[in-house]
Every structure is written in C-alpha cells, then in structure tokens.
Ligand binder design. Structure first.
Ligand code: TNX
Length: 523
C-alpha cells in the first residue's frame, strides 16, 4: 500500500497523472553510464536532473544546432506531453545544446547533468547530435513512445565526455536482393543514428536487381530493377529518391556510401544491355540466390563507357566521400581480367572526385592510393588471404572490418533462427560483440583500421520486421565496437547495458531477437 501510494505521489509530482494511467516506475534515474555505445568517460555524481513541464530546450541562434534541438523536442514532446519550446533566449532551466570549440573533435561531445539541467557541448553539430542520442538513452525508455506517458523524466547526475574510437562506423543494407523503399531506408537510418553509426552503405546493384536510376542507361532500372529474389516486383530509386535518402541520412549525421558491385554480381546489368556481354546475348533476369556466375565483359571498351557513365552520374548525386565498387566473388572473371578491370575502374572513381572502397578482394589487384578495402573474411579465413589484406594495409590501404562470422547481420543467431544464412556460421549476440577491431588482423597497422561495418544482406530479409529481428540486438554491438574505447570492452557489463535497450526498442516498435544471452527485463 505504501508503495502504491508512493508511486501515485510521484506521478502527481511529475504533473502527468491521468486517470487509469499505469503506476509510475520508482523515481530513480538509471545509472549515468547505461548507454550503448559505452561512452569514453563517465563520471557520475551530484543530483539527478528532472525534466519538467516548464523546461525549455536552449539552442544556438541558428543553423544545425537549432535543428538538432528541434529534433530532440520532436522526440520528447509526444511522450512527456510538455511544450518544450526550442529557444535561443531567456534563462529557463532545461536542456541546453551549445556549440563551442573544445577538445571534442568532429563527433565528440560533453554532457553535464545536474539539478539545474542538462548541457550538451560540442565543437561540431555531429557531436551535439551524438550527445542528444546519449541523452535519449539516459531518459526512461518510455520517452520514445508516441503518446503521453506518466514519467517522471529523470537523468542521472554527472558528466560524460565522449568521442569515437573510429571515424568509420557503418551499416550496409542490401537493397538489391530485396528492394526497400525510401521510407523503409529512413526507418533504418533512424535506428542507426540512435547508436551513433555514421555511414550508410547501400548495396545498390547485384545479380537480382539494379536499384539506382542512371539516365544514360535507363534500362538498368526499368528492366534490371523489375524483380528481386523470389520473383517479387523489385523497384528502384529515382535520383530524387536517392537524394532524399542522402538528405535524410545527413540530417542524422550519416554519410551515404553507394555501391555498384563489379565486375561480378552484375546479372541485372547484363540482362538489361546485351552489349555488355562478351557474346552479345543478354541473359534472363535472375531471382535466385547463387553468387559468382556473372561478369561484365572486361575486354570490351563499352564496359568502360558504361562504368564511366554510372560512376559519373552516381558521384554527381553523392555528397559523401566514398564510392564502393564491390569487387567480391568475381568467380567468373580470370585473375588477370580482374586486375585489369580494377586498374581501369579505380581511376574513374578518382576522376569523379571519390575515394574507392572495395571488398577485400581488391587487395589482390592494385588498390589505388587512398583506397579502402572492406574485409569480410572469417576468423579462420585462409592465412594467405589474410596476409594479402594485412600487406595492403601496411602499404597504405585503409581497412573497414566486416568479418562475416562476427558482424554479418544476415547470419542466423542459432540453428533455429527462422531468417538468415549460415555459410559463415552462427553468430549469436555474444560472438557479434566479443572481438576487437584493433587486434583482429594482426600485423595491420592501427592507423589502417578506419572502423567497422555491419552488412545486412537480404536474400532472406523482406520486411521491416525482418530487418529489426536480424539487426537487433547485434547492430548495437557493432556500433559499440566502432565507437567505444577498447578499455570499456567487457561482455558482462555490455550485456547489462544492452538489456536496458530492450524496453526502448519496444517503445520504438522495433521487434528485436530476445536472445537468452542477454538479461532482458521482463516485458
Ligand atoms: C557474400 S559478402 C556476399 C554477398 C552475399 C552474402 C550473404 C560479400 C562481399 N558477398 O553477395 O549476399 O555473402 O551472406
């Protein structure tokens, strides 16, 4: 009885009591460090902050800082029911976002929480944005809901000073095997942003579908984009669609990395234009899941006209630095042809102002100066193949780590997982988290490791619910490996912080896999 009465009083104190509302949770803030990815430094102490009805969100006068404040207000208003004006004037207590030079780098921030309010300070807008994601996680999970909740809205007292370990923290979505609409991609972007992922790699072409409009080769999309794995209707992005994705991603501080996979994985293009085939005969569209059977015709000049047009048009609508040229599983291309093809294609990427990323098979050719290889091998990949990647890294090629038996989000968690593949083995939540990008490829210089990326291949993934189930909770682990200092790495501590994300995902409508390895709170 005393407890019930206590809860009622707290609800009343929070000013949000409505008849029939569930009793409020006890008025205790979660620990300051209960954040994924783990912040670089957490110093708890002092009083908690209570967000109340009269709070304001104070922001810089204009520009991105103000927009980030508005984004925060949009998250907090529906669940708190508070007005939360976004303002540059006055001294109302509440949340303050400040842009100020300091030792924060481009993405770091400081968050100070105490009785009088929460202040997030960063040198650059990206840092403010990441600080806001931390603040979301410090508030109760119910803050993510879209209807008024009882609160109270407490943030533990203390200071977080945070900055990422790696500059490249990516997630890949394969929109070729199954097509995902602009709205679906935006939903994924929102999920990625909450975990401070800053690169969205879109696998835009493969055997089963070409998904980005190229004006000079229109059949790539009208025909090559007309199906997908299993024979569904596929789809493609117009340039305006793609630019809308780029814009939305940028507003959440993600850079889009477009991939055109070549010379293999090109059946959709070969089916669309007979001239691209060595024998001049277009193959039929393909809706299966085999890999390695297609190749652009390396010996024909038209191939390079095609590549030039595609890269020119794609680069022109891509503000990001990178253009991914694939290069994996070119099993129908001889080694000599593969090397010759990459020697000709990489300079085209440079000509249009972009930096080459390729799957790590690129290291078997001549990676261009400044190129980045994306490693997708396994723990037990053949030593010679690993040595080739390490040697390239020693010679200046950057590396993005996507070891398939650790970070491929399309691998099954267990034998019973209904979706996904198992060619790289089973990847449970602990296995996905428990490795160190810094020491994963012994001999690769630390400076070569640009970061990590979690690919989601979609041969078996069709709906938003499928994405949710495969990405959560493993994506959070990938995000932490990319952001958090190695010194914070500890499965036992991580699984507790991860468990606290479960109610947040429920509030956001994310249908995650309730792995028995994680001590989730009861639903
Ligand atoms: C390997 S990883 C592939 C993809 C498949 C994936 C399925 C890589 C560079 N190539 O074509 O979709 O496995 O897990």
């Amino acid at each position: 009885m005393a407890r019930v009465l206590g809860s009622l009083l707290l609800v009343a104190a929070a000013g949000a009591f409505t008849a029939g509302a569930a009793p409020a949770p006890p008025a205790k803030a979660g620990p300051l460090g209960r954040v994924v990815p783990a912040p670089a430094s957490v110093t708890p102490g002092g009083s908690a902050y209570r967000l109340t009805r009269d709070a304001a969100i104070r922001v810089p006068d204009s520009g991105e800082g103000r927009r980030i404040g508005t984004q925060l207000a949009d998250i907090l208003r529906p669940s708190t029911g508070y007005a939360l004006p976004v303002t540059s004037h006055g001294h109302r207590s509440g949340i303050q976002l400040r842009l100020k030079s300091g030792p924060f780098g481009t993405e770091g921030y400081r968050l100070v929480s105490g009785r009088g309010g929460v202040t997030i300070t960063a040198a650059r807008p990206a840092g403010l944005f990441h600080g806001v994601q931390t603040l979301r996680q410090l508030l109760p999970a119910a803050v993510e809901k879209d209807s008024v909740q009882p609160g109270p809205w407490l943030v533990a007292g203390g200071t977080i000073v945070d900055t990422p370990r790696y500059a490249y923290r990516g997630a890949m979505l394969d929109v070729s095997r199954h097509f995902f609409t602009v709205e679906q991609v935006k939903r994924y972007i929102d999920q990625l942003a909450l975990y401070k992922i800053n690169q969205l790699h879109l696998h835009l072409s493969d055997d089963q579908g070409w998904r980005i409009a190229v004006n000079s080769w229109p059949r790539l999309t009208t025909y090559g984009g007309s199906t997908e794995v299993g024979g569904g209707k596929g789809g493609y992005y117009t340039k305006a669609d793609y630019q809308e994705i780029v814009r939305y991603a940028a507003s959440r501080y993600l850079e889009v990395v477009p991939e055109i996979d070549m010379p293999g994985h090109t059946n959709a293009a070969l089916a669309s234009y007979a001239d691209l085939n060595c024998d001049g005969v277009a193959p039929p569209l393909y809706t299966g899941t085999e890999v390695g059977f297609s190749s652009l015709c390396v010996g024909k000049e038209i191939t390079y006209d095609f590549v030039d047009d595609v890269i020119r048009e794609l680069a022109a609508i891509t503000p990001g630095r990178y253009l991914h040229i694939g290069g994996d599983e070119a099993h129908s291309t001889s080694h000599e042809d593969y090397v010759g093809f990459m020697d000709r294609v990489q300079p085209i990427v440079a000509k249009y102002g972009k930096t080459v990323i390729g799957w790590h098979q690129l290291t078997g050719a001549h990676p261009a100066k400044g190129a980045i290889a994306q490693y997708w091998g396994l723990d037990d990949t053949d030593a010679a193949e690993k040595a080739q990647v390490v040697k390239a890294a020693q010679n200046g090629t950057g590396l993005i780590l996507s070891p398939a038996d650790r970070i491929y989000l399309d691998m099954k968690y267990t034998e019973d997982t209904p979706l996904g593949q198992d060619w790289a083995g089973l990847v449970d939540v602990k296995r996905a988290y428990d490795w160190d990008p810094g020491s994963y490829l012994p001999g690769a210089p630390a400076s070569a490791i640009r970061g990590v990326e979690a690919p989601l291949w979609t041969e078996t993934i069709v709906t938003d619910a499928d994405i949710d189930y495969m990405a959560f909770p493993r994506l959070a682990g990938a995000a932490e490996l990319g952001w958090s200092p190695a010194a914070t790495h500890d499965w036992d501590a991580y699984k507790v912080r991860l468990a606290a994300q479960g109610p947040r995902w429920e509030a956001l409508g994310i249908g995650y896999y309730r792995s028995p390895q994680v001590p989730w709170p009861a639903k």
